[in-house]
Design a protein around this ligand. Structure first.
Ligand SMILES: Nc1ncnc2c1ncn2[C@@H]1O[C@H](COP(=O)(O)OP(=O)(O)O)[C@@H](O)[C@H]1O
Ligand SMILES: O=C(OP(=O)(O)O)[C@H](O)COP(=O)(O)O
Length: 398
């Protein structure tokens, strides 16, 4: 069901509690990647332009319900102020009498950022009292925090039950792009799944098998599948207890008419390190005391052919240990292939998003999700609590 958005309601003069995901990497007070702040700008700017009185809330890191000075949001407020080209007021508490008075003094178009909501023990517990306190600060609730939409916390879920609750523009876009890919994809539809563990991707593979035309599997998790096919994988990552499940997926793919592709060659190393000796071998010839840490060039070529013929490509999880130069070519090659294809490209967040950024292809992708865990849960077909709590489109906001 489509959710109401900020575009569907009157905002002038209204106090708006807007949950954003400003969980950005900060080191010694410096923000090293502001992608998530940039991604929230259209909504914040829209609220400002409409003359709303904007109260922003976000978490940063996992402070565990207490104040951790390094996780204060002051550098974010400063950076946001530069991006918006207007002052951003910063509260030193999550909720207090002073916060209430600061909010009540806001003029139309002014922006106030609350302190890291996870400093309050009630946030992660989805405490009713805190949710009501948040609600008391505003007339309208806006959720634009896609990256935290899989969390049922006081500022992402609880508060939505006490105010007219709508989605922001980023959340709306993420749901539209990911939702259309899963419900009404352009075909051929190809999904590429990588990353370390089968365990983490079971739900996604299961859900995708009913939807995709091609499923390409690389990364650490692919070696459990290779083992399931009866090949020896040396010291490569193996989840012994998932071999039967991998066999089941291979069977299901056949039954459902999905073409499932595993690596046909790989880069093996005699040690998990930057300095290891490496060589490229066919997948059926992994030496017993070596481990596969990347897909090989023939695999990249095979995956590329399929990607170039696809109308829609969705990618989640790296093809190898891309953090090390020697094992980055598979991930880099797939990123380059996505950059070249005329099909619509969607990158699940997390490591695939970092890889695309690192290799310089970010601006050639059609959509890079701002949520790792959230996009994974969405791709598993799970309901995201932060989304479920918002008003369905048919409803009227009074
Ligand atoms: N063949 C491999 N062997 C060991 N680790 C791998 C291999 N391929 C990928 N990885 C590691 O998997 C990690 C990413 O896994 P994961 O967290 O599941 O991905 P994502 O964040 O994209 O969901 C990366 O740190 C990468 O180094
Ligand atoms: O960075 C986040 O998650 P992600 O790394 O899975 O995208 C979100 O801000 C959620 O943070 P959390 O996993 O501490 O709840």
């Amino acid at each position: 069901m489509r959710k109401m958005t900020v575009k569907d309601i009157e905002l002038k003069g209204k106090r708006v509690f807007c949950r954003v995901d400003f969980n950005v990497p900060i080191s010694k007070g410096e923000i090293s990647d502001d992608t998530r702040i940039q991604a929230a700008l259209p909504t914040i700017q829209y609220l400002v332009d409409q003359g709303a009185r904007v109260v922003l809330a976000s978490h940063l890191g996992r402070p565990g319900g207490e104040v951790v000075d390094e996780l204060r949001l002051d550098p974010v407020a400063q950076h946001l102020s530069n991006l918006l080209d207007q002052p951003v007021l910063k509260a030193d508490d999550v909720y207090s009498d002073e916060v209430v008075s600061n909010v009540n003094s806001l003029e139309n178009g002014q922006v106030l950022l609350l302190e890291n909501v996870r400093f309050h023990p009630g946030e992660k517990k989805n405490d009713e009292e805190l949710a009501k306190q948040f609600a008391s600060l505003a007339d309208v609730y806006v959720n634009d925090a896609f990256g935290a939409a899989h969390r049922a916390h006081a500022s992402t879920e609880g508060v939505a039950h006490h105010l007219p609750a709508v989605s922001g523009l980023l959340l709306e876009k993420e749901l539209r792009v990911l939702g259309e890919a899963l419900e009404n994809p352009d075909r051929p539809f190809t999904a590429i799944i990588g990353g370390a563990k089968v365990k983490d991707k079971i739900g996604v593979i299961d859900h995708l098998l009913d939807r995709v035309d091609h499923l390409l599997i690389g990364g650490g998790l692919s070696y459990t599948f290779i083992k399931a096919l009866g090949y020896e994988i040396g010291q490569s990552l193996l989840e012994e207890d998932k071999i039967d499940m991998a066999k089941g997926f291979i069977e299901q793919a056949k039954e459902k008419g999905v073409s499932l592709h595993l690596p046909i060659d790989c880069v093996v190393a005699d040690d998990f390190s930057r300095e290891a000796n490496t060589k490229v071998v066919p997948i059926e010839e992994i030496p017993s005391d070596w481990e596969a840490l990347d897909v090989g060039p023939k695999t990249v070529e095979k995956f590329d052919e399929i990607i170039q013929d696809s109308k829609l490509v969705m990618w989640n999880g790296p093809m190898g240990v891309f953090e090390y130069e020697a094992f980055s070519n598979g991930t880099k090659g797939v990123a380059a292939s996505l950059a070249r294809t005329e099909g619509y490209t969607v990158i699940g967040g997390g490591d695939s998003a970092s890889a695309v950024e690192k290799f310089g292809y970010a601006n050639q992708m059609d959509h890079i999700s701002t949520g790792g865990g959230a996009s994974l849960e969405f791709m598993e077909g799970k309901v995201l609590p932060g989304v479920a709590a918002l008003k369905d489109h048919e409803d009227e906001v009074k």
